[in-house]
Write a protein that binds this ligand. Structure first.
Ligand code: NAP
Length: 256
């Protein structure tokens, strides 16, 4: 089972102060990795860092709606940690509302956070790995909304579909240098992002009713899939999106 471990590796996880990102960081640490936690809020980052063994965790406060700052921060973190072997592009936000009414500025910020920052962080990661002559793994966190659609989240769905194709394109481009690029597409997962949904009893039950495994995902469900894709166990897997949704996208929702 050693192939499922990350001993001797360092992983940078964006959006790691809570939710799915924090679960990924904890599961990776349990598998032996040192961790860099990145998000905006310094206080929450420090709180999250307290859950990890001293000397095995770093934090970075960065707003990924400013993607032009990401490469410089990545370079500094590489120097501080001695090298980052795994990048998890997890940070993301959602914009709910009618597509016809979206403000251009809100749309741009969402695109910057969900897609553009993942592109430029991945590029900074690949430059460093290639210069060092070392392999690496990238895991992007997309969404089932990159695969299927529902009303009111068009811009979000578009960014997540973009991540699927970014995953394929970078996988093909960097395979010769030993950099694997994969994605996990979560279904409905209990985090702050979806609090308004799972705290609404009707909606909470509707998701369970349409999900063959009849529950919401917990952040650890997503984190374990990310661990698999980042680990040597997935050495021959690249360019793929692994859907983790309890069967929701496999089913003909609601039709008996
Ligand atoms: N929850 C779901 O049902 C679900 C389903 C499918 C896909 N996903 C995807 O999974 C990923 C994680 O979602 P989650 O549910 O865990 O979200 P969450 O609970 O809202 O956590 C988001 C994390 O990202 C950080 N973040 C937010 N905006 C940021 C910014 N501008 N710059 C840097 N960091 C930022 C947050 O910290 P700060 O606020 O301090 O920055 C936090 O650590 C997202 O990409 C999301 O689209 C979630």
């Amino acid at each position: 089972m050693d192939d499922f471990r990350l001993d001797g590796q360092t992983a940078l996880v964006t959006g790691a102060s809570r939710g799915i990102g924090l679960a990924i960081a904890e599961v990776f640490a349990a598998a032996g990795a040192a961790i860099v936690l990145l998000a905006r809020d310094r206080r929450r980052l420090e709180e999250a860092a307290g859950r990890f063994a001293a000397g095995r965790v770093w934090t970075a406060a960065l707003d990924l709606t400013q993607p032009e700052e990401a490469p410089g921060v990545f370079q500094r973190l590489t120097a501080e940690t001695g090298g980052i072997d795994i990048l998890v592009n997890n940070a993301g936000g959602i914009l709910r509302g009618a597509a016809a009414e979206l403000a251009a500025e809100d749309f741009r910020r969402l695109l910057d956070l969900n897609l553009t920052s993942a592109f430029f962080l991945s590029a900074a990661f690949a430059r460093e790995r290639i210069a060092a002559g070392k392999p690496g793994a990238i895991v992007n966190i997309s969404s089932i909304l990159g695969e299927i659609a529902r009303p009111g989240v068009a811009a979000y769905a578009m960014t997540k579909a973009g991540l699927r194709q970014l995953t394929r394109a970078l996988a093909v481009e960097w395979a010769p240098q030993g950099i694997r690029v994969n994605a996990v597409a979560p279904g409905f997962t209990r985090t702050d992002l979806t609090r308004s949904q799972w705290s609404d009893p009707g909606l909470e039950a509707a998701v369970r009713a349409r999900t063959p495994l009849a529950r919401w995902a917990e952040p650890q469900d997503i984190a374990r899939a990310a661990l698999f894709l980042a680990s040597p166990a997935a050495a021959f897997i690249t360019g793929q999106t692994l859907i983790v949704d309890g069967g929701l996208t496999a089913a003909m929702g609601g039709i008996p």
